[in-house]
Write a protein that binds this ligand. Structure first.
Ligand code: SF4
Length: 350
């Protein structure tokens, strides 16, 4: 039985969020186990309040040498190294530290067939990445069949307070549901058009909701443009959140979120706020659908989608039909269906 288990995932935001159930399953399946998480500095706060995690070790490649991390792992008396990143760095750390290692399956061949489907006719999607993370620690099943398999982000009281203050500032005197719109994504080809975000903001404001545009750090211009294009009273512009916990606190204080397929979409799902994810050149079939009872997504399912793993590559058809044909009406309909479903669940448990 492993007494000390080190789980490694350095980045990115969404992937780090999706590691959350691994700690819970480890604690349940190996009583007495000590769990440690090694991740990059900017994500270290995310799982600090996770009650199934004993220790978080932050790594900053700008200030810390590779050797010092290897030494730390080697001296950490770990019985098992769970490599959920499978990068060159994580492999070398496990090899040089000499700790027995299990790695998650990237299932590259399946991914290739899903992305190359228009040319090869393959139809089967990939298993959720969380399922592949969990199988490394011996869990068997379908993600969602067991609530323990759903990623959850735990917030401290001060985080919740920070979120409430953010909400009060934006809401002001207005009364209505606060719906956060996240127009950013790491790779521009998977961003839903800004004009559609503006239309969606208009539609929400007209019916009495409070749409809040929240840009990623450094991209404030995008959200300001969306607000200007919307041109109606009641559309709010939030400051971006530089730190991951600031983002999580704000999203937890909202009533709903609409996001491109991105890390913040997974943050929203993990704090339990109703979230609709927008998928174009990427697809839930690649295993990155937002998880949980309060999560939903929109994807047109065109024959050419998905055409890339992370939405990095320009459209090979010359026009992004997968996003251009996804009109705001479709997204607001998905949002309303989700909110209705969430309300029905609440009524059931009252
Ligand atoms: S329309 Fe273009 S970007 Fe969208 S999935 Fe098809 S090939 Fe990819």
């Amino acid at each position: 039985m492993n007494r000390r288990v080190l789980v490694v995932r350095f980045s990115s935001l969404g992937d780090v969020i999706l590691t959350a159930p691994v700690f819970k399953i480890l604690k349940k399946s190996r009583p007495g186990v000590h769990t440690t998480f090694l991740t990059k500095m900017e994500y270290a706060e995310l799982h600090r309040a996770n009650p199934h995690l004993d220790e978080v070790r932050a790594f900053d490649p700008r200030t810390e040498s590779f050797k010092s991390v290897v030494d730390w792992v080697r001296n950490g008396d770990f019985d098992l190294f769970v490599d959920l990143h499978r990068s060159l760095r994580s492999r070398l750390i496990s090899i040089f530290s000499g700790v027995p290692t299990f790695r998650y399956s990237q299932d590259r061949f399946r991914r290739f067939t899903v992305i190359a489907r228009p040319r090869f006719g393959a139809r089967k999607g990939m298993r959720p990445v969380v399922e592949r993370y969990l199988e490394v620690v011996g869990w068997e099943g379908k993600v969602g069949s067991d609530p323990d398999s759903i990623p959850r982000l735990y917030l401290k009281d001060e985080d919740l307070q920070r979120g409430r203050q953010w909400r009060e500032r934006l809401q002001g005197e207005l009364d209505g549901r606060l719906v956060v719109l996240l127009p950013g994504a790491k790779h521009p080809p998977k961003q839903w058009p800004n004009a559609y975000f503006s239309e969606l903001a208009q539609m929400l404001a007209w019916r009495g909701d409070i749409p809040v545009l929240m840009p990623p750090p450094g991209r404030e211009k995008i959200a300001a443009e969306v607000v200007n294009q919307a041109g109606v009273e009641g559309v709010r512009l939030s400051e971006p959140h530089e730190d991951a916990m600031g983002l999580a606190s704000a999203l937890a204080a909202a009533d709903a979120v609409v996001a491109n397929d991105s890390g913040p979409m997974h943050v929203a799902a993990a704090v339990g706020v109703p979230v609709v994810g927008i998928f174009g050149p990427t697809s839930p079939e690649l295993g990155f659908a937002p998880l949980g009872r309060n999560a939903s997504w929109v994807h047109l399912g065109l024959f050419c989608s998905p055409c890339s793993k992370h939405g990095k590559h320009p459209c090979w058809r010359g026009k992004r039909y997968c996003l251009d044909q996804m009109k705001p009406e479709l997204v607001i309909e998905a949002l309303d269906d989700l909110l209705e479903r969430v309300q029905a669940q609440k009524d059931l448990y009252l």
